[in-house]
Design a protein around this ligand. Structure first.
Ligand SMILES: *[C@@H]1O[C@H](CO)[C@@H](O)[C@H](O)[C@H]1NC(C)=O
Ligand SMILES: *[C@@H]1O[C@H](CO)[C@@H](O)[C@H](O)[C@H]1NC(C)=O
Ligand SMILES: *[C@@H]1O[C@H](CO)[C@@H](O)[C@H](O)[C@H]1NC(C)=O
Ligand SMILES: *[C@@H]1O[C@H](CO)[C@@H](O)[C@H](O)[C@H]1NC(C)=O
Length: 446
């Protein structure tokens, strides 16, 4: 029986497998959702953030124009995805689409491993709310997977980092504090974690839900769309296929620019209306174009750092993962904020999936793995409110404040003679409802 860890990204998915010989041999399978370029209407990608969100959610609405497929409102208000399926237009729930994807991942890994894959641990962004997490769990059930636990992305990374370390301080000693910075394709997450032998404790987390590699790709796409309009009289945005090709070329160019600061060419043959297009771009110009995004890198670093109540000297290392952290100016900003060179000990693309597989191995009775305890934090404060019909007993209290340890149980006793209503909700409804990040002033103390 194999146990797997699954990281479903915005564009790519990674599966890590813990084998019975030990957990070191982890293998990755990668699926590209962009591959079916000639059949793009059926290529559904980037639906991860629709889990547990209403169709009328401002984020869902803002994404609609960017998708190569359409969305629909379901009877209960949640988001539906319209896909051509067996030559028919059909509307699926996000859980169904996600379930199909997980089924595909399950089958792919089963055929490679020649063993059934059932038990798994799936990662979710640490900012996912309860509704979003439930929606992901539903999808795993549709796929016939037995999801032992959902784990936060940055916590999975921390586990992948810590479990192999032989030299962690013993529990009585001062912990080793590590900052994990994960910028993927569509979001940015930061966590600060304290390690001791056999355990990790998340001290603080922060995120920018809307900052990721795709902002940088889109900035390039916008630029070339404008340029091709004047230079070749082409309306790229009217041609979804050309637009998708330009997206791919821009992603490649972005990667090249991370390694090469000279002026680089962009050439696409037979791009649109039989026209070959060409242009140039370089890192300096790119950074100027992306200044508005680069400015946002510091805010989550600062938020997490302040909440951790550590000083810069208390930080042992700053580990970066996620494809977008390869962009040199992002790395520079992280280095500058913590006054410390960033480390790339972990595999930038695979670390999350590896952490999931490790967690799965720890939880699975089929595996013998060294114990490693994980304490996470509550990202959004939670309040309880109670009301009795007869007494004018109405009250509320915040049971879990921001960054309270999780999982954690509290016993609360009510002395009441009548039945009463009890509800639990996020204390600050604005927070999980994903308002756009607030720009804060930059003041670095180095
Ligand atoms: C909404 O309805 C769909 C089925 O149409 C169901 O799968 C989904 O779980 C429902 N969502 C909520 C939040 O009740
Ligand atoms: C950078 O790109 C230029 C232009 O394509 C090329 O001539 C040069 O060899 C590249 N440099 C490196 C270090 O790859
Ligand atoms: C980078 O691009 C800008 C704008 O096109 C240009 O002015 C500048 O000379 C280029 N730099 C290099 C090193 O080629
Ligand atoms: C991580 O996930 C758990 C659920 O597994 C949740 O209770 C906790 O609040 C999360 N932590 C963060 C930082 O999001």
């Amino acid at each position: 029986m194999s146990v797997v860890g699954i990281d479903v990204g915005f564009q790519n998915c990674y599966i890590a497998v813990a084998r019975s010989g030990g957990i070191e041999t982890l293998k990755m399978f990668l699926l590209f959702f962009y591959q079916v370029i000639t059949n793009f209407k059926n290529t559904v990608h980037g639906f991860k953030k629709f889990h547990g969100r209403a169709f009328d959610d401002p984020f869902v609405q803002s994404e609609r124009s960017k998708l190569p497929y359409s969305l629909d409102k379901l009877a209960n208000g949640s988001t539906g995805i319209k896909v051509r399926y067996l030559d028919e237009e059909k509307v699926f729930t996000v859980e169904q689409i996600s379930g199909m994807l997980l089924t595909k991942l399950k089958e792919t890994s089963e055929s490679a491993l020649k063993k059934p894959v059932v038990d798994c641990v799936v990662s979710v962004p640490s900012f996912f709310t309860d509704a979003e997490r439930r929606s992901v769990l539903d999808a795993t059930q549709i796929a016939g997977l037995n999801c032992l636990r959902l784990i936060n992305d940055t916590t999975a990374v921390a586990l992948a980092y810590g479990i192999y370390k032989q030299d962690l301080p013993v529990p009585e000693e001062k912990p080793r504090n590590v900052v994990f910075v994960d910028m993927g394709h569509s979001s940015f997450q930061v966590s600060i974690t304290a390690f001791n032998k056999g355990k990790l404790k998340v001290l603080a987390t922060a995120f920018d839900l809307y900052l990721g590699g795709r902002n940088f790709d889109e900035a390039l796409v916008d630029y070339f769309c404008e340029e091709f309009k004047t230079k070749y009289k082409l309306n790229v945005r009217d041609n979804p296929r050309a637009l998708l090709r330009l997206h791919q070329e821009c992603e490649k160019l972005k990667k090249l620019m991370s390694a090469n600061s000279s002026d680089l060419p962009l050439n696409i043959e037979c791009f649109m209306n039989d026209i070959d297009v060409s242009s140039r771009m370089n890192r300096t110009h790119f950074e100027v174009m992306c200044a508005q995004y680069l400015m946002r890198v510091e805010t989550p670093l600062k938020t997490a750092f302040e909440q951790s109540k550590l000083s810069r000297d208390d930080i042992y290392a700053v580990e970066i993962v996620g494809g977008a952290t390869r962009i040199p100016s992002i790395k520079e900003r992280i280095t500058k904020y913590f006054c410390k060179d960033v480390s790339t000990t972990l595999n930038a693309d695979e670390a999350v999936a590896r952490g999931c597989a490790l967690q799965c191995a720890i939880l699975s009775p089929a595996f013998k793995v060294r114990e490693f305890s994980i304490t996470d934090v509550v990202p959004f404060p939670i309040t309880l409110r109670w009301k009795s019909p007869t007494e004018d007993g109405l009250g509320e209290c915040e049971v879990f404040g921001k960054n309270h340890a999780a999982p954690f149980s509290k016993v609360i006793t009510f002395h009441k003679k009548e039945p009463f209503d009890l509800e639990a909700f996020y204390s600050n409804p604005q927070e999980p409802s994903r308002g756009l990040p607030v720009q804060k002033e930059n003041n670095i103390l180095c």
